[in-house]
Design a protein around this ligand. Structure first.
Ligand code: ACO
Length: 323
């Protein structure tokens, strides 16, 4: 098995900042409640850019930093639950935007765990197909699937994208992943698909078009999922939690991260948290956070990092990597 590492990281956020006060003009809520219960102060919201536009902008930065010409890309995976359309996939739209004509392209639907799943899928394909590089993107325009009359959900989400360019490498890179799901709990967080209403359907089955969530159930699941995924990804690696420089968690709610840190007996400072300004961008939170850490100069060669995510499905997973 060849080593695969992140050679370049990039992110893009729409320019419109929507504060909690602005949301309180839409639904019965207030800044204090949202900050206390979630940690979110503001989020970026698309004014028309779609998921593939955001993904392309993040990808261009990651390609530049990795020193990879889009024409040489061999694989593009976009993790998203808010693609522009069913067909073409967001990955094919990104390929076209980048003129990355040689790449195999597909999307994956793993909700907020999408970027973590996609890293391991890309690593596997780079090995089995002998690809020298891959582009992995997490990008979302969640505002188009948000019910802006539901105060239980519309306060939580934001739009944005993050991208990583992977290369085969001499040094370690992605060391191990842990990927799991609990489909039986899927109803806790849903976005409906098309209705079943055809000349042949026995009855009309009408689907909800927006995010529906049982917040308390997702909360409970998330704390346990982070604890399990962090412990499992270092198991049998000879790497201890003390040696981990940063844990980069899915940015859903600061209380979830604080509780998980306490369960793992870890100082909260080990967790990189940026949800106050970015909110929950589903598959994009982890690469957006990684990009922010890169731009602040926090990531040093040889640092051991755990990425950990949970989300719709319900899905969860983690990646242990050496920067
Ligand atoms: N503003 C003011 N009051 C509110 C709001 C709001 N925006 N939303 C709910 N309330 C009220 C409720 O009506 C309720 O009032 P009641 O007691 O009179 O009935 C009270 O606040 C408490 O509501 P809860 O839903 O119990 O509040 P909770 O503390 O559980 O916080 C939250 C809700 C923030 C959604 C929390 O459950 C949570 O973060 N869950 C996890 C969500 C998550 O991580 N989702 C995404 C993961 S997957 C993905 O990213 C796609």
């Amino acid at each position: 098995m060849n080593n695969v590492k992140i050679a370049g990281i990039g992110a893009y956020l729409p320019s419109l900042v929507v504060t909690n006060d602005r949301i309180s003009e839409l639904v019965e809520t207030n800044d204090e409640w949202i900050v206390q219960r979630t940690g979110v102060s503001e989020r970026r919201i698309s004014e028309g850019e779609n998921t593939s536009d955001i993904a392309t902008k993040a990808a261009k930065i990651a390609l530049e930093r990795a020193g990879v010409d889009a024409k040489d890309l061999e694989l593009i995976i976009v993790a998203t639950i808010s693609p522009d359309m069913f067909i073409p996939s967001a990955a094919c739209l990104v390929q076209s935007n980048l003129d990355a004509d040689k790449a195999a392209c597909f999307d994956i639907s793993v909700a907020c765990s999408g970027f973590v799943y996609a890293l391991e899928i890309a690593k596997g394909l780079m090995n089995s197909m002998n690809y020298k590089n891959a582009l992995v993107v997490g990008a979302e325009v969640l505002s188009k699937v948000t019910d802006w009359t539901d105060r239980g959900t519309c306060i939580l989400f934001g739009d944005g994208g993050g991208a990583a360019v992977l290369k085969q490498s001499e040094t370690k890179g992605i060391i191990k992943s842990y990927l799991r799901a609990d489909g039986k709990k899927g109803n806790a967080l849903t976005i409906g698909g098309p209705d079943i209403d055809t000349p042949f359907s026995k009855e009309k089955i009408l689907k909800d078009k927006y995010i529906k969530m049982n917040g308390r159930e997702v909360f409970k699941f998330a704390v346990g999922a982070i604890e399990e995924a962090v412990n499992e990804v270092i198991k049998d690696t000879n790497i201890s939690l003390e040696e981990i420089k940063y844990i980069v968690p899915h940015q859903a709610n600061s209380r979830i991260i604080e509780l998980a840190a306490a369960k793992l007996n870890l100082n909260i400072d080990k967790f990189y948290i940026n949800l106050d300004k970015v909110a929950n961008t589903s598959s994009a939170t982890v690469p957006i956070a990684l990009n922010e850490m890169y731009e602040k100069g926090l990531l040093k060669k040889g640092d051991k990092i755990i990425l950990v995510a949970f989300g719709g499905g319900l899905t969860y997973g983690s990646t242990l990597l050496e920067w």
